[in-house]
Ligand binder design. Structure first.
Ligand SMILES: C[S@@+](CC[C@H](N)C(=O)[O-])C[C@H]1O[C@@H](n2cnc3c(N)ncnc32)[C@H](O)[C@@H]1O
Ligand SMILES: [Zn+2]
Length: 372
């Protein structure tokens, strides 16, 4: 018996979790599920209708039912009949038959038949792109779309042509914040998918952890709102010599680094707006006390709480600064945070965000590293 939150699962885990498992359950996605519970608890709706259209073991929905007490109706679906049978048994064991609906269909086909959902969770193997449009349509106004992408290497620049084909954007592998770029490309894709049907899908909470990216979006309705969000889509210019970076609109594009005159690299189009709604982050932080969440969930949330207060485009890392300035043994992170008035980022342990502009960062880096 495996226990996650208040759910008991009768499963034997293979030594390597893979999509080949008869019924998919990944204990490493626990944080992903913890976060979705915290999000649901923070939503203003009192009685929720939620759908996990690629439910696998179904642990996510059962946890939502048992641990939030806000879910009135949980719609489960999976194309794999073994997963469906497993879920049905789980429902019986936890006495939840009255609250669930179970389907075995292609996720897109089912989603097209549903309406007025408060929460839809797109959690496939690999890219979420094929499921986005169908996931957005059945959401009620102010409902939330949760998106997981495990094709992070595509989004982050290991396979640029696949990224262009799948997401319509150029990634930026050479930047120290390449994961953030990938996350921003994913957000752009979802915003565009909504906009084409006159919906706004505003990112509320985003993070990168282990092998996946995760973003929660809130849906609203109307062309004006959709247009407004599209204004936050642009490009990132980056200098791989002096680390200069800048978020720009189409009009602001330029080719040479204003700092060292090196040729700039271009990435995008991507989302340049905020990655976190601060009120939501605070609310999720408060709800954690009433839930059984993992230590890692707390760690990510703690970092994001700080990070949400300083939402810059991109961040610096100790090693990239050390390399750009040719310094072997840089001082510890605390010193960087002090000197750059910075905050840590959840993206990497050696990264920090700073409110200072790039020339000031370089000036203070020289001083700091020469003294080190
Ligand atoms: C990553 S798992 C989902 C994990 C689950 N959401 C959780 O939190 O534990 C992906 C699941 O999607 C199912 N699946 C794959 N393609 C599908 C499709 N087109 N429609 C419905 N289910 C699909 C697979 O059988 C698998 O169980
Ligand atoms: Zn430069």
């Amino acid at each position: 018996m495996i226990k996650e939150g208040k759910v008991y699962l009768e499963l034997s885990l293979p030594s390597v979790v893979s999509s080949q498992m008869e019924v998919f359950y990944n204990p490493q996605m626990r944080e992903n599920r913890d976060m979705s519970l915290l999000l649901l608890l923070s939503l203003p709706f009192e009685r929720l209708k939620v759908c996990d259209p690629m439910g696998a073991s179904g642990v996510r929905l059962i946890r939502m039912l048992l641990e939030t007490q806000k879910v009135e109706r949980a719609i489960y679906n999976d194309i794999n009949h073994r997963a469906v049978d497993f879920f049905k048994e789980l429902v019986e064991r936890h006495g939840l038959r009255d609250k669930v609906e179970v389907y075995q269909e292609d996720a897109c086909v089912l989603l097209r038949k549903l309406r007025n959902l408060h929460y839809v969770d797109i959690d496939p193997f690999g890219s979420p792109v094929p499921f986005l449009e169908s996931g957005i349509l059945p959401l009620a106004r102010h409902g939330v779309l949760a998106v997981t992408a495990t094709d992070t290497s595509v989004l982050s620049g290991t396979y640029p042509s696949t990224c262009l084909r799948r997401y319509g954007s150029r990634p930026l592998l050479s930047a120290e914040f390449y994961h953030e770029v990938g996350l921003r490309i994913l957000i752009k894709k979802v915003v565009e998918e909504g906009a084409k049907s006159d919906f706004s899908l505003k990112p509320l909470f985003s993070y990168s952890y282990r092998h996946y990216f995760r973003v929660f979006f809130q849906k609203d309705v109307g062309p004006k709102r959709a247009d407004l969000l599209l204004e936050s889509i642009g490009f990132i210019l980056y200098c791989d010599r002096c680390l200069y970076r800048e978020g720009v609109s189409l009009e602001g594009l330029r080719t040479s680094c204003p700092h060292c005159h090196n040729r700039l690299l271009l990435s995008g189009p991507l989302w340049l707006g905020e990655l976190w709604d601060r009120e939501l982050v605070e609310s999720m932080w408060r709800w954690k006390d009433g839930l059984e969440v993992s230590e890692n969930t707390l760690r990510i949330l703690r970092r994001i709480r700080e990070e949400a207060g300083l939402q810059t485009t991109g961040f610096y890392t100790i090693s990239a600064l050390g390399k750009a300035l040719r310094i072997g043994q840089p001082p510890p992170m605390e010193r960087f945070l002090e000197v750059f008035e910075g905050v840590r980022t959840h993206f990497t342990g050696e990264g920090f965000r700073t409110p200072l502009d790039h020339s000031e960062v370089l000036r203070r880096s020289h001083e700091l590293l020469q003294r080190a």
